[in-house]
Design a protein around this ligand. Structure first.
Ligand code: ASP
Length: 337
């Protein structure tokens, strides 16, 4: 029987049209635009329907409420379709792909997030291939996790990061192999795919609004300036450190602040500013103090995945100690220890 895919159109460049203020999404236009693409009805393609979100957004405006809206659309249509393609702006696509990977517990169908750098209506657009191949991959049903397709590669959603503001191969997965590469054939890395537990039941965890921060350390940083944000209301913070998890130790300034934040109950997750490699707390004197101050290692998680994971764990209302432990655990293939 022919597979059936649900395309969730949230906005982004892919469906934008030129206006006098720059590119913007246009209500009610995209369904007709893609219906005229013969390849989307071609031999070997699944059938598809499209749900257009209201309002259509530039993905810079996507936040928790829109993630919940996408999650609900997948949950409500889960039994009707064999897979989902989420059309999204590229700017926050890696955050959304990460968020969906945590929200969709026990997922056992493909969810492919994609978009384009050039709108479908423009010359040399990358939208056609990104859309057609995403729908095709979702129809094949081999990768049953949240993935991101862009520029010929299928990446694990929670390992992806936007690496180019203008290149057509805009996303990278610096710490994990692509799940598939689309050349003449689509070559799947079947050994690298995420397998949900055999007894896993599909469910959606909606995210709640949680105060989360990201702090990037840089040479000369005056930590005292950040002291005022480290209050009880800051639930989690991703600390983007140098290399394998190092922070400046001059004036011993950051540690008392981190310690204070930890005592307030803030979960401090240490990620690296390096795209590739992993945080190893304790490898240097400049990082071992972070563990003593109560921080947890994000290992080789992207900042996008760490932010999404904090939202997720806080939405489960777990005790602090459990959130801390789970930040260091691999829940959806997002980190390697
Ligand atoms: N600003 C756009 C967005 O993220 C960029 C894009 O889609 O490529 O919605």
């Amino acid at each position: 029987m022919k597979k059936k895919i649900c395309i969730l159109y949230t906005g982004g460049t892919i469906g934008m049209v030129p206006t006098d203020k720059g590119y913007a999404p246009k209500k009610g236009y995209f369904h007709d635009a893609i219906s005229s693409i013969d390849d989307l009805k071609g031999e070997g393609m699944p059938d598809w329907d499209m749900i257009e979100f209201e309002p259509l957004l530039d993905s810079s405006n996507i936040a928790v409420e829109q993630w919940n809206q996408i999650g609900r659309a997948i949950r409500d249509n889960y039994d009707t379709y064999d897979g989902f393609v989420v059309l999204h702006g590229t700017d926050t696509m890696a955050y959304t792909a990460s968020a969906l990977s945590f929200m969709l517990e026990g997922l056992n169908k493909p969810v492919v997030v994609t978009g384009s750098q050039i709108p479908l209506c423009q010359l040399r657009s990358d939208a056609r291939d990104n859309l057609i191949t995403s729908v095709f991959i979702a129809g094949q049903g081999i990768v049953r996790e949240v993935s991101l397709y862009f520029g010929g590669r299928l990446l694990r959603g929670n390992r992806s990061t936007k690496a180019s503001a203008d290149g057509l191969i805009a996303f990278d997965s610096p710490n994990y192999h692509p799940l598939a590469e689309a050349g003449i054939d689509i070559k799947y890395n079947t050994a690298e795919l995420f397998e949900p537990a055999s007894d896993a039941v599909f469910s959606l965890t909606e995210f709640s609004q949680t105060s989360i921060g990201v702090l990037k350390v840089f040479p000369g940083i005056q930590f005292s300036l950040f002291e005022s944000i480290m209050t009880e209301s800051l639930k989690g913070i991703v600390l983007e450190t140098f290399g394998a998890g190092n922070i400046p130790s001059y004036d011993n300034a950051l540690l008392p602040i981190i310690k204070k934040a930890f005592e307030h109950g803030t979960i401090i997750t240490v990620c690296s500013q390096c795209q590739q490699g992993t945080v190893k707390l304790g490898a240097y004197e400049t990082s071992s103090a972070l563990t003593r101050a109560g921080a947890v290692s994000g290992y080789n998680m992207t900042t996008e995945a760490a932010v999404a994971k904090l939202y997720y764990l806080f939405s489960l209302n777990l005790p602090k100690e459990e959130i801390k432990a789970k930040m260091e655990e691999d829940l959806r293939g997002e980190l390697t220890k």
